[in-house]
Design a protein around this ligand. Structure first.
Ligand SMILES: Cc1cc2nc3c(=O)[nH]c(=O)nc-3n(C[C@H](O)[C@H](O)[C@H](O)COP(=O)(O)OP(=O)(O)OC[C@H]3O[C@@H](n4cnc5c(N)ncnc54)[C@H](O)[C@@H]3O)c2cc1C
Length: 459
């Protein structure tokens, strides 16, 4: 990037400490957890932005985007950089807009809606919300680091989803404001259904600057782990708890052996050769859960009160996509998939996958509620990476046998499996980023300066 642009952007920001040009730091702040995927590792290892800006408020963002629009400079948003698909990695250089300094909670409203800025850490919001008698409906296992804006633009669900669905379900995101990438960047408010234009669009169609996030009343939680001789028995018991409305739960995670052997810091929870379930369950129900687990043939290997995110051990640190991290720490040849199973056919589908791929696939199940209200087994299986061809063969086979796959080894919104079939994210990009300067290359169906603009319905 020409020095003239850097000087002009520094003047706009008005504080050289919030303009980073040192190549090593810029490179670090241009990265996320893309290296989970051997395919993306190859594709993205040399990509970087050219300057990092850390705005403090909406007017600064408007001024930065206005300048970048006028000079055709790409802008890629960054929260905490914990995304897994290289979402936050600039493919075409330019500005990395790091919103970590915009981290205010404006209000936790009496109706249980938090109003906040995008750089706020989810863990801070959870702690503040609990003080006020509320808690997050769902959060990624990266809660301590991840930001609210990054979760909306790049995440999908996590702890809590077994009861409250994913981030995009049940009106959890009530409203948001974005700044557009135009000649004169505007602040646009999206609410209700219209938030879906922006959710999971990887910062390609607007900069999220304010969020209205629905919470749920806080619960006193306990955690426990239960070991079963077989994965089938663990699946049966976890499904029973996950799908019954009579249990108040935040987490039901089931692991096939040897996945529990990867959890080095919590050996006390693990039993050699056995499948394992981790629960977060209302404290009032923990005694009954343990009794039912024993009746079903399980061994309760750990039980304790949950005292917030600093609880040790914090079982959620081993769930969702943290499970893959523990596998990678054990053996860098592992990677993962994101799959959805049909509850009626899941056992047969597990069997078919095992028959075809053996120990190349290890099952890690996360139960989650769909927007229909049904609780289904989602899975983030650990996969032993042999080659890209073999990985694609596994993905194709999953789809053949009716297992849905959100492919985490692609670097565009459309390919990742959470792109809306009604194209609302693309239509929003045409409206709010007509030159295609926001995170360019990540929404591959977008064509800059298209005639299609005229056919985009006004909103
Ligand atoms: C160990 C591990 C476990 C994980 N577990 C989960 C999980 O349980 N559930 C889950 O959903 N994800 C999970 N993830 C992925 C990731 O942690 C979450 O999606 C997280 O919410 C991303 O937040 P972030 O602040 O790090 O976002 P970033 O990675 O910084 O950004 C994510 C995307 O959002 C865009 N973006 C960031 N801020 C804005 C903004 N203000 N406006 C517009 N676009 C913006 C970025 O450009 C990027 O495309 C996991 C990742 C790891 C490494």
């Amino acid at each position: 990037m020409e020095q003239g642009h850097i000087d002009a952007l520094t003047e706009i920001v008005g504080d050289a400490a919030r303009v980073i040009t040192e190549p090593q730091v810029v490179q670090r702040l241009s990265r996320d957890f893309y290296w989970y995927s051997p395919v993306l590792r190859k594709l993205l290892h040399d990509k970087t932005g050219e300057v990092v800006l850390k705005p403090l408020n909406v007017s600064e963002i408007q001024a930065i985007l206005g300048y970048c629009y006028a000079h055709d400079l790409p802008v890629t948003l960054r929260g905490a950089g914990t995304g897994n698909y290289g979402q936050a990695i600039p493919l075409h250089g330019g500005v990395v807009l790091d919103v970590e300094r915009m981290d205010r909670i404006d209000a936790i409203q009496p109706d249980g809606v938090a109003v906040c800025e995008p750089g706020l850490r989810l863990g801070v919001l959870e702690n503040e919300a609990r003080q006020a008698g509320w808690e997050l409906r769902c959060y990624p296992s990266t809660i301590i680091k991840a930001t609210v804006g990054g979760f909306l633009a790049g995440g999908s669900g996590g702890v809590g989803s077994v009861s409250h669905g994913g981030l995009r379900d049940f009106g959890t995101v009530r409203a948001l404001e974005i700044v557009t990438m135009e000649d004169e960047p505007r602040v646009v408010r999206r609410e209700g259904e219209a938030v879906h234009d922006i959710l999971h669009a990887w910062g390609t169609n607007g900069v999220i600057t304010r969020i209205w996030l629905a919470l749920t009343p806080a619960v006193e939680w306990s955690q426990c782990s239960v070991a079963f001789d077989s994965f089938a028995a663990a699946c049966d018991f976890s499904e029973r708890i996950a799908t019954s409305d009579s249990w108040t739960k935040r987490l039901v995670t089931t692991f096939e052996w040897p996945i529990p052997s990867f959890f080095a810091p919590i050996k006390e929870c693990v039993r050699e050769g056995k499948a394992l379930i981790f629960f977060m369950i209302a404290s009032a129900q923990i005694g009954r859960l343990e009794a039912e687990a024993r009746d079903a043939g399980g061994i309760v290997t750990y039980s304790g009160a949950y005292q917030g995110l600093r609880t040790i051990p914090l079982l959620s640190d081993y769930t969702w996509n943290h499970t893959t991290l523990w596998a990678l720490k054990t053996d860098p040849a592992y990677t993962y998939l994101q799959t959805g199973f049909n509850p009626a056919t899941v056992r047969g589908q597990f069997l078919q996958l095992k028959q075809r791929f053996g120990d190349e696939i290890l099952f890690h199940i996360e139960f989650m509620k769909k927007s229909s209200g049904q609780v289904v087994p989602g899975a983030i299986p650990i996969v032993r990476y042999v080659s890209e061809e073999r990985l694609n063969e596994m993905i194709d086979f999953c789809r053949e046998i009716g297992v849905s796959v959100a492919n985490p080894h692609v670097n565009n919104v459309e390919g990742g499996g959470r792109y809306r079939p009604d194209n609302v994210q693309l239509l929003a990009k045409q409206r709010y980023d007509p030159k295609g300067l926001l995170n360019p290359g990540k929404m591959i169906t977008f064509k800059p300066e298209g005639a299609e603009l005229e056919s985009v319905p006004a909103r």
